[in-house]
Design a protein around this ligand. Structure first.
Ligand SMILES: Cc1cc2nc3c(=O)[nH]c(=O)nc-3n(C[C@H](O)[C@H](O)[C@H](O)COP(=O)(O)OP(=O)(O)OC[C@H]3O[C@@H](n4cnc5c(N)ncnc54)[C@H](O)[C@@H]3O)c2cc1C
Length: 337
């Protein structure tokens, strides 16, 4: 009898690899005809704000893929203020179809372990692990933007920028992240979920002089169109019938800033472990995440109501410059993005 995983996104592939490493036969069912992240190719950043190094934490769940880069300068901007955070604040991974992308590396690792893939195949209703990504009708966050060529652009490889401004990214932030061949720029919105409208707001922002400078003589490569789903208490609904829900299928997503990568890896690994070792998946989840989701949910409610003055105050409170250690201490009080 094999372990059946629905969905070949990040959470599903981590679950498949965890089960296959333990010697289980694994089948992965993927609705798409080929392996791709849920949106166009783009950079994803894993926050390194915690007490332990973010990569060390993920490696404890069997995640062994190395990032292509590290961020040592994270700039937060609001309408009238700017804060520069110095120190190792994020690890960078590329998502997409090129060999250097996380998706392809995980796909290959799983295939080498003997995992059987069924593309263009909807998962059977009784799959043990459900990793189908944000449910179509429940998505509550939207990303809209572009990748642009690194060639011709003026973005340092170790720098990310977040602009907190409702006129550009309603209730969220515009993110600029460096990639290998292509960088990413997109508005992440929580309060307007209309793709065309949010893309239009992001495009207007591209005319701002400092963004124009970063875009330089680069060329647009592809569109980014993503959705996310966070739940207030995803652990309560993590087991339904025969299925253990992982990643965004279960609402395991950071409601504050949409950093769902960490949740996808941890839940994918824990669900596979729970299944194989006959452990209680929900207890494992509570031990790791504690009240993290409830706290993020409450802060998200505040952010959804934040005005540009509130965003200004938030960035101003951080001061013009901080080290990562100072930020870690402050973050508990400010819960800044
Ligand atoms: C533009 C963008 C930028 C992001 N940036 C960051 C970032 O910087 N940092 C961070 O931490 N997170 C980021 N995230 C979030 C992160 O990518 C996600 O939280 C994570 O990848 C979710 O993985 P998943 O496996 O749960 O879902 P998905 O990646 O959505 O995978 C689900 C898979 O299931 C398949 N599927 C769906 N239905 C079925 C079915 N019935 N049968 C079979 N297969 C099915 C889908 O085709 C898909 O391949 C970003 C997301 C987007 C969209």
């Amino acid at each position: 009898m094999s372990v059946r995983v629905a969905g070949a996104g990040l959470a599903g592939l981590v679950a498949a690899i965890t089960a296959a490493r333990a010697g289980e036969a694994v089948e992965v069912f993927e609705a798409k005809s080929r392996l791709l992240p849920s949106t166009g190719p783009h950079t994803e950043a894993v926050r390194n704000y915690g007490g332990i190094d973010a990569l060390e934490e993920l490696s404890a769940y069997g995640f062994r893929i190395k990032p292509f880069g590290e961020v040592h300068k994270a700039i937060r901007r609001s309408a009238n203020h700017e804060n520069v955070l110095r120190g190792k604040s994020y690890y960078l991974f590329m998502r997409g179809r090129e060999d250097y992308c996380l998706d392809q590396m995980l796909y290959k690792e799983a295939a080498d372990l003997g995992v059987q893939y069924h593309f263009q195949t909807k998962a059977p209703g009784n799959a043990e692990i459900i990793a189908t990504g944000p449910p179509k009708n429940d998505a509550n966050m939207l990303a809209a933007g572009f990748t642009f060529s690194a060639e011709g652009a003026n973005l340092d490889r170790d720098t990310v920028i977040a602009l907190l401004d409702n006129t550009v990214a309603p209730g969220g932030y515009l993110a600029i992240t460096p990639g290998i061949e292509y960088h990413s720029i997109y508005s992440g919105s929580w309060t307007d979920l209309n793709y065309e409208r949010v893309l239009g707001l992001a495009e207007q922002a591209f005319h701002r002089p400092w963004i124009r400078e970063i875009l330089g003589a680069s060329r647009w490569a592809d569109k980014i169109h993503g959705r996310a789903y966070y739940a207030r208490d995803p652990i309560a609904t993590a087991v339904r019938g025969n299925g253990r829900f992982v990643g965004e299928a279960g609402g395991f997503q950071d409601a504050v800033a949409a950093y769902g990568f960490r949740c996808a890896v941890i839940t994918g690994a824990l669900a596979a472990r729970a299944l194989i070792e006959n452990l209680d998946y929900q207890s494992l989840l509570r031990d790791v995440f504690k009240d993290e989701f409830e706290q993020s949910f409450r802060y998200r409610q505040k952010l959804d109501r934040a005005s540009n003055d509130d965003f200004d105050n938030l960035v101003k409170a951080l001061g013009p410059e901080l080290t990562i250690d100072q930020y870690r201490r402050l973050r508990g009080e400010l819960r800044a993005i």
